[in-house]
Design a binder for this molecule. Structure first.
Ligand code: AMP
Length: 402
């Protein structure tokens, strides 16, 4: 996969001084009472903003916030982000009340080289989510080049993530570049053998993902509630565990597909069972296939499964992870997730494993294990990360292809 980067913009476009870069960022930050409560997403955009400022470009930031559905909703304004952004950049940030039109145009014209402006929520216009060409043209009128630094919005073909990229010279920002490089190293063009870990609650939400992965990986470990469905499909007793019994046939198809494609499936061989999901509750370890009572719930993988999975990881060069191996929010049912996460992170830190994780609960599970910093890459992109793991083309990324 090749895509155009900011370095390409500087090489081919030469001098960016005084040019206006329209930069799509993800500023959909958590807010309470008009105050940003977690500025991670603002920080993620800083390397791109700084690189463009250093090159003397004017930086016009485009972003969405929440779901105003094509109407101006004052409580969904991006204005409250400005103060935090100024503090992080260490320079003034202007704000325009509309992301298109004369006011935005005039405010951008008024910026000095290296100046930064945040434009109001692109989703205040219905043309954004409709990827309306006329709206994309209005956006394009404001700048000389387009930079997409919002991987998390790249699974949507919207005007500011896709349409605009077709109208101006388009480049991946620094955070987008890092994400794409990590994803490519994990699944696009990985060093083999490659192992995947897929856990979480349900097979049904990860069907496309499992089907795509069995065609790509050398080994796939299945954990969490979804492993129960696979155990059930093999005729094992799962007591009163969370499972999707109606997905039994699908689970068998996936097992067959894995066998056909030469992907070794690793299902738990021992299990942690309790009658209630409560912190510190009495629990016991059973072997897969043991008889369970109707109120027994499988809540985690057991120590033998962890040891076998860790040994399988040792035989691999690349790992991709989505979903916890058990109910990690409620100790002691976090034990397998934490033990495997620490093993993975130690190998990644030692440079012997490329280890990429992401998607929803995986980020909190890896944080809970205290290993996020030692992983090769942890994606916070959620839906875009999952769609990429499903093998779906991401419109916002395709538009940046070199
Ligand atoms: P997902 O969003 O599909 O990745 O699912 C994550 C959720 O699956 C977490 O909230 C876990 O608590 C839950 N989970 C993992 N293992 C189990 C299990 N054995 N039984 C019930 N829920 C589980």
């Amino acid at each position: 996969m090749t895509f155009r980067t900011l370095d390409d913009a500087m090489k081919s476009g030469g001098d960016l001084a005084g040019k206006t870069a329209l930069v799509r960022v993800d500023f959909n930050v958590p807010m309470e009472g008009g105050k940003v409560t977690d500025d991670t997403r603002l920080r993620v955009a800083l390397p791109t903003i700084q690189k463009l400022r250093d090159a003397g470009a004017k930086v016009a930031l485009l972003a969405h916030f929440d779901r105003p559905k094509g109407k101006v909703v004052p409580s969904m304004s991006l204005q409250p982000v400005v103060d935090d952004l100024e503090a992080l950049i260490g320079a003034p940030v202007r704000f325009a009340d509309d992301c298109v039109g004369d006011e935005a145009k005039a405010a951008i014209a008024d910026l000095d080289a290296g100046g930064v402006i945040l434009l109001e929520n692109v989703r205040f216009h219905a043309g954004e989510e409709a990827n309306d060409p006329a709206f994309a043209r209005q956006l394009a009128q404001l700048g000389d080049l387009y930079v997409n630094d919002a991987f998390s919005a790249a699974h949507r073909a919207h005007a500011s993530t896709e349409g605009l990229a077709r109208l101006l010279p388009a480049y991946a920002g620094e955070s987008m570049r890092r994400e794409l490089e990590a994803l490519d190293a994990a699944l696009g063009n990985p060093t083999k053998p490659v192992i995947g870990i897929v856990g979480g609650a349900k097979v049904s939400t990860k069907l496309d993902l499992l089907k795509n992965l069995v065609g790509q990986l050398d080994k796939l470990a299945i954990g969490g509630g979804m492993a129960n469905t696979f155990l059930y499909a093999q005729g094992f007793d799962i007591g009163g565990s969370l499972a999707e019994k109606d997905m039994e046939a699908t689970a068998r198809e996936i097992m067959q597909e894995a066998a056909d494609r030469g992907c070794e499936l690793l299902l738990p061989i021992d299990l942690i069972v309790a009658t209630e999901v409560k912190p510190g509750i009495d629990h016991r370890t059973v072997e897969a296939g043991d008889t369970l009572s109707a109120d027994d719930k499988i809540l985690d993988a057991g120590p033998a499964s962890v040891a076998r999975l860790n040994a399988a990881i040792d035989g691999c060069k690349t790992l991709i992870w989505n979903g916890p191996l058990g109910v990690f929010e409620v100790p002691p049912f976090d034990a397998a997730t934490v033990a495997v996460a620490r093993h993975v992170a130690a190998r990644a830190k030692a440079g012997s494993l490329v280890a990429v994780g992401g998607g929803g609960d995986t980020v909190s599970a890896l944080n809970h294990a205290g290993v996020s910093d030692d992983m090769t890459f942890v994606s916070t992109a959620g839906g875009a990360f999952l769609e990429w793991m499903e093998g779906k083309p991401l419109p916002g990324v395709l538009a940046l292809r070199g």
